[in-house]
Structures are given as C-alpha cells and as structure tokens.
Design a protein around this ligand. Structure first.
Ligand SMILES: Nc1ncnc2c1ncn2[C@@H]1O[C@H](COP(=O)(O)OP(=O)(O)O)[C@@H](O)[C@H]1O
Ligand SMILES: O=P(O)(O)OC[C@H]1O[C@](O)(COP(=O)(O)O)[C@@H](O)[C@@H]1O
Ligand SMILES: [Mg+2]
Length: 322
C-alpha cells in the first residue's frame, strides 16, 4: 500500500485533529502518501483531495474542530453517491480510506468497504453512541464543557433558590446528560432511553425544596421527548406550581472546545492504530477503546449493534443527589 486518504464526517468532535495528525505523521513514517479529503463524504463525492505533509498538521493537536472540514451528506446515503466517491478514490490512486466520525459516518464507511474498497474507522462523536468503543473522541472534552456550565448555573440557581433545567446534546443517546448529571450533582436527569412525565419532575423539585436545598438542577438530553423547550413550555403554562424555573440550552458550545489531554491522547492512539491496521493489510473495522486498550471491531458488528447505556446509574444518581 502506497497511498491512503483520511476524512472527518458528521458532527465535529474535539480530538479529531489529534487523530488526523497521527494518521498523517505515522502514515508518512510508514512510507505512505497521505491525502486529506475536504468536508467529509461531500468532498469525497466532489473529489476534493489534497496531499497532507508533516507540516500541514503542525500546531493542530490543541485545536477543537477539524482542519479538514466536515459535512452531513445526503448524497452519500445513496448508492450512486457512494459509487461517485469510490470512482474518485480509485481515479486518484488512493488505496485505502480512514473515516473519522460517529455512528452515521461509520455506517457509510461500512457500505463503502462492502463495495470492495478498504476502509478503517476512528470512533469520533460527542454523543458516545457508537458501538465498538467504550468512549469516542470528543466525549471527554464535551463533558467537561457541560460540567463547567452546570457548576456556574448551580451558583446562580442557589442564590435565587431556583430550579434550573440544563439541556445537553445527545441526538438519541443519553450518555452526555447522564454523565454530566451525575458529575454535576443533578437532582433529576432526563434521557431519551427512559420515559418521564413532567409531573415527576415537578414532584422532585418540590421534594428538593422540602429537604432544605436551595436549588434544583434538572439535566435533560436534547433527544428526550421532554427536552428543555417542551419542559419550559409545560411549566410556563402550569405556573401555579409555586417554584421559579429557568432554562439553559447549551447547544454547540459543547462541541467547539479545545480537546482535553484525554481526547488528544485518544485521537493520537486511535490514529496510530488505524495506520497500523492498514499497513498490516487489514480493513473493514472500527478502531476504538475497549477496557483501556485500542481494539478493532468488525464493521458488521458495529452497524448491527446499538451502544448500551448503563441505566442502573440513573437511579443511583438520584439517590446521591438527595
Ligand atoms: N445509513 C447510511 N448509509 C450511508 N451513509 C450514511 C448513513 N448514515 C449516515 N451516513 C453518512 O454519514 C454522514 C454523517 O452521519 P451523521 O449521522 O450525520 O454523523 P455521525 O457520523 O457523527 O453520527 C451522513 O451525512 C451520511 O453522509
Ligand atoms: O451540528 P448539527 O448538524 O446541528 O447537529 C447537531 C447534532 O450533532 C451532535 O452534536 C453530534 O452528533 P453526531 O456525532 O451524530 O454528528 C448531536 O449531539 C446533535 O444532535
Ligand atoms: Mg451520530
């Protein structure tokens, strides 16, 4: 193998740049030419390739985002779109592809690999919803950003004896909300995996005040039915509840941070493993973290399994916040 390409796809995640740097530098050290694809699968379909040298990845390990750009490409979800991408790779003499991205991106990567083109994946999404890795690149940084916000919100909530709803990202997975809720001492956590009714939340708030607390923090995942917007509307229309409530939706601020040491290390380790996988002639798998080690999981397993969330901690979290 002489020439490989790398791309970043889906929502950007802090630590993607560390992974790009590792792929480029270890690729070059292994005698490979490394090509960067701009803007994820959109760039692959448009044939937007550029050679990446060691200097092109200087000074990026400490930066959030991705120097390659990212996208969500509806065209790549079609067979004709993937065929265009494959034709561009072959035409450019590229022999293998590294896909840095989340569950959607890795599903696309699997389909490309099934078309006979060697692909390896690097687990990267702040949602931590990707099967085949204990933790994806970007999760640790996003969590720390959420926690900084929660700690600050708690200060003002306490001063004003308020209940405060904080919404985290998490399209359909509650990992960020659950973990941030535990670490931030939330009195109640709302995640897509567990159904709740607003009256349960109202009851928790009332009980929290009755126990002598001067704030009540509710952390909700954006993907839950009762997200911050719905809860805010619901409580506004039921103002007779007798408590004052405020809402903060954290949004994209969670994704744009400088990567923590953990995410720089994770990006570096998985990037190195991806190059080693290709150099050894293997492909068709996702590289991620399993019990502290970097491990490869076949794409066939990655795309047919859902990442599980440990729901037992939800109950414990609420007990610990009493
Ligand atoms: N089922 C699929 N088949 C082919 N490509 C897909 C599929 N799902 C997602 N993709 C591609 O991966 C891109 C990124 O996926 P998305 O779910 O938005 O982000 P992430 O990879 O971060 O989860 C999509 O825009 C699309 O191009
Ligand atoms: O940046 P966008 O396109 O608005 O997408 C927002 C979504 O991306 C995420 O931040 C990350 O999701 P993915 O890793 O699946 O791309 C979700 O938490 C959120 O729902
Ligand atoms: Mg995803």
């Amino acid at each position: 193998m002489k020439k490989i390409a790398v791309l970043t796809s889906g929502g950007d995640a802090p630590g993607m740049n560390a992974a790009i740097r590792a792929v480029v530098r270890l690729g070059i050290a292994s005698g490979l030419e490394v090509i960067g694809t701009n803007n994820g699968y959109s760039g692959l379909i448009a044939g937007e390739f550029r050679p990446l040298g060691a200097r092109d990845v200087s000074g990026i390990i400490q930066s959030g985002g991705t120097i390659l750009g990212s996208s969500r490409s509806a065209e790549f979800e079609t067979e004709s779109g993937r065929q265009k991408a494959l034709d561009n790779l072959v035409k450019s003499g590229i022999e293998a592809l590294v896909v840095i991205g989340g569950n959607g991106s890795q599903t696309g990567a699997h389909l490309l690999n099934e078309m006979g083109f060697p692909v390896v994946g690097i687990a990267s999404t702040i949602d931590n919803d990707l099967y085949g890795t204990d933790q994806s690149i970007g999760v640790d940084t996003a969590l720390n950003i959420v926690l900084e916000a929660i700690d600050r919100i708690k200060v003002t909530a306490t001063s004003h004896h308020r209940a405060h709803i904080v919404e985290t990202m998490g399209r359909s997975h509650g990992y960020l909300a659950l973990t941030a809720g535990i670490c931030g001492g939330a009195e109640f956590i709302v995640i897509p995996e567990v159904e709740v009714e607003p009256k349960q939340i109202a009851q928790v708030i009332e009980e929290t005040y009755a126990r002598g607390k001067s704030h009540c923090l509710i952390v909700v995942a954006e993907g839950a039915y009762w997200n911050a917007t719905r809860l805010q509307e619901h409580f506004k229309e039921n103002a007779s509840l007798g408590f004052s409530i405020r809402t903060t939706i954290l949004g994209h601020v969670q994704r744009g941070g400088a990567p923590t040491a953990f995410d720089r290390m994770l990006g570096t380790r998985i990037g190195v493993a991806a190059v080693k996988e290709l150099v050894s002639g293997r492909a068709g798998s996702l590289l991620g973290l399993a019990c502290g080690e970097i491990a490869a999981t076949p794409y066939a397993d990655v795309v047919t399994n859902l990442k599980k969330l440990d729901l037992s901690v939800l109950d414990t979290a609420e007990k610990l916040a009493r």
